[in-house]
Design a protein around this ligand. Structure first.
Ligand code: ADP
Length: 670
């Protein structure tokens, strides 16, 4: 059966049971309450009955006095009667009158006043009175008649007692004299007994007119009270009775106190159970929906995560609490050169470069043991031997209680950075070398200055010696003079070299002035004359015939020419070239531009190297620094020209740079 339906049925059964229980309790409570009410009504009714009986019997008592008197004084006169009656009723309220009816005809009345109309009335002829009168005479006892409406007005009960005169002889029958009567006002009687305006808080009705009990007519209260299950009480008096019915003012159907609380409470309970049932019946469905939503969200999130892992430029991995690899992303495989299957468990360890393996395995084991995060830079070695630098990091995954449930991490390829760092440190070393060279340059400047003096002295001494020998005119000294002249020339030449060296390494602020380009080129070429001669390389100068002025820092331009010529010489000498030729040509391209071309017939430049030849630190020479061409280009471009290289069709290459021309007339602009 459908579990939801089952739950609904179960809760319906519980609700019904509760309702039934409430109903049973309610019923028994009502029954109990009715019992209590009835017993209260009975108690109060008994009280009223006792009072009514007392009040009535007290009033009927007067008949006895009358009977006793008349039986002994049958000829009693009205006045005698009045005296007697007055004494009898002196203390008793509610007595309308005392009467005597001789031979059943009213003959004496007290008080007469107001009751005159009754005098002389034959009671046996009155249909209303006759039954009671006859019964009284027949039974020879007190009979209570009425209530009856009196001729003189008002409603009253009448107690009839027959009076029999004692016979002269006991054997004779007693003679009927007449009747003694007490006329009792009904209302004061009922009032005194508490039937009217009593404290009983009951609805009352009395029946039994003429004292005939339950069969008599109702003379007080509502007759239908007898039909509605009343508490009944018999009011007894001599030779008759009435029946009194009593019921609570609110009737018998009133509810026990707290009934509505019980009923509302029960209904509320049932309502609560119904609500609970509804909620509980819905809850599993709601939970199921929540689980479904969460499952979908989880699947989406996982897909997203996998996509991210795919797109991520870092390799991702996941390991269990023991640090064994469970998953690696595609990118991890690319970085490491290992497959996901190979990486599983401890397989990934083999991807770590043997030199870094111990450090990484120990570091990882420590991180797993302490639940700490892990970070390290290390090398991975592809199965093919290629080495990759990675930055590996991981953190421990924890559940809500802080227990480690695994480790996740990433490996980022940092090979480029590492290469750049290596390159930078190489450049640093080269820079240090440059620094040493520059220091050496400064030292060379000092040395040149120091050497200049002795060289000048040598020149002066040798010239002085030549003059003295010439004055003596000794032929035999001519060979000596020749030697001295030679010494003098060499010293002059050495002085020139030193001077050039000094001016070359002199540290000066760059300053641009109008210079003759051909002069600068010529000056630079002096540096290489000796070297070229030794290396048997022909240096060829093809300078423009007219002077070309440029606005330039002559030292810097000289530097460019030096760089280019040095590179050319190196290309030729390293080659073991037979007929090395290096030419330098200056020519005005037009009015505005002059070009310097340095051409050699060396090995030329490989096509692949051409785009990088002017890059800083690009070199193919062992021990080369790769800064010469880069500096040359900076200088040329700073002067408003440009520089490029082409391989010659017949071998070697030609470097050409241009500079803007300045006519001599514009020299003042400088
Ligand atoms: P370095 O001379 O220190 O290597 P350069 O910047 O002067 O640095 O030169 C860069 C590279 O250009 C050289 O290593 C060489 O390979 C190439 N190169 C320069 N000039 C020539 C040339 N005339 N012939 C052949 N190759 C040249």
């Amino acid at each position: 059966m459908n579990p939801r339906l089952l739950r609904i049925l179960l809760f319906s059964a519980i609700s019904l049971s509760v309702l039934l229980a409430v109903w049973i309790v309610d019923r028994s409570e009502q029954a109990h309450y009715q019992e209590r009410v009835r017993s209260i009504v009975l108690r109060r009714t008994s009280g009223v009955r006792a009072q009514l009986e007392g009040a009535l019997n007290r009033r009927l008592f007067f008949n006895r006095g009358l009977v006793a008197h008349v039986a002994t004084n049958p000829n009693i006169t009205q006045s005698e009667f009045e005296v007697l009656a007055e004494i009898l009723v002196a203390q008793q309220a509610g007595i309308r009158s005392l009467q005597l009816a001789k031979n059943s005809v009213v003959s004496h009345i007290h008080p007469l006043k107001g009751n005159e109309v009754a005098m002389g009335r034959d009671l046996l002829k009155s249909p209303a009175r006759r039954p009671a009168v006859e019964r009284s005479i027949e039974t020879e006892r007190l009979v209570v008649g009425g209530p009856t409406e009196l001729l003189q007005g008002g409603i009253a009960l009448i107690g009839y007692t027959p009076i029999f005169l004692k016979p002269a002889k006991p054997s004779d029958a007693a003679t009927y004299w007449g009747l003694a009567m007490t006329v009792i006002d009904l209302e004061p009687l009922l009032r005194e007994a508490g039937v009217i305006e009593g404290t009983h808080r009951l609805r009352l009705a009395i029946r039994g007119k003429d004292g005939v009990g339950a069969t008599g007519d109702v003379f007080f209260g509502e007759g239908n009270l007898f039909e509605s299950n009343p508490v009944l009480a018999d009011i007894s008096f001599p030779n008759g009775s009435w029946q009194m019915a009593a019921a609570p003012m609110s009737g018998w159907d009133s509810l026990a106190p707290g009934t509505w609380k019980l009923r509302f409470g029960g209904c509320f309970l049932v309502l609560m159970i119904a609500v609970l049932a509804w909620v509980l019946a819905r809850e599993p469905e709601r939970l199921q929906q929540a689980v479904n939503r969460a499952t979908v969200a989880l699947a989406e999130s996982e897909t997203r995560l996998r996509t991210l892992a795919k797109l991520s430029p870092v390799g991702l991995f996941h390991a269990d609490t023991e640090g064994r690899c469970l998953y690696v992303s595609e990118h991890w495989c690319e970085v490491s050169g290992f497959s996901a299957e190979e990486a599983k468990g401890d397989g990934w360890v083999r991807s770590v470069h043997p030199e870094d393996r111990e450090r990484i395995v120990n570091g990882w084991a420590e991180a797993v043991r302490t639940g700490q995060s892990f970070e390290a830079e290390f090398r991975l070695q592809h199965p093919g031997g290629k080495t990759i630098w990675v930055f590996g990091q991981s953190v421990a995954e924890m559940d809500e209680s802080g227990k480690v449930t695994g480790h996740v991490g990433a490996a980022t390829n940092i090979t480029e950075r590492k290469d750049a760092e290596a390159e930078a440190s190489r450049h640093q070393a080269e820079l240090a070398h440059v620094l040493r060279l520059s220091t050496m340059g400064e030292m060379a400047s000092g040395i040149a200055h120091e050497l200049n003096q002795p060289l000048t002295a040598i020149v002066n001494y040798s010239r002085g010696s030549i003059i003295r020998l010439g004055q003596r005119g000794a032929d035999s000294d001519s060979a000596l003079i020749e030697v001295l002249e030679h010494i003098s020339n060499l010293a002059v030449r050495a002085g020139d070299i030193i001077r050039r060296l000094r001016s070359f390494v002199r540290k000066e602020e760059p300053k641009r002035v109008l210079v003759q380009l051909n002069g600068v080129v010529r000056e630079a070429m002096h540096f290489f004359e000796e070297e070229a001669r030794r290396a048997e390389i022909a240096l060829q100068l093809e300078l423009s015939r007219e002077d070309i002025w440029v606005l330039a820092d002559s030292v810097q331009i000289e530097q460019v020419v030096l760089n280019l010529v040095r590179n050319g010489l190196e290309a030729l000498s390293g080659n073991g070239h037979e007929s090395g030729l290096l030419s330098i040509k200056t020519a005005a391209l037009d009015q505005h531009l002059v070009q310097v071309a340095v051409r050699d017939n060396g090995k030329g430049i490989p096509e692949a190297a051409l785009p990088h030849i002017f890059d800083p630190f690009f070199t193919t020479r062992p021990g080369g620094m790769g800064v010469g061409l880069s500096i040359s280009r900076s200088i040329v471009e700073a002067h408003g020209g440009d520089i490029h290289v082409v391989n010659n069709s017949d071998g070697g290459c030609t470097f050409q740079f241009t500079l803007p021309v300045r006519n001599g007339a514009n020299a003042d602009d400088a």
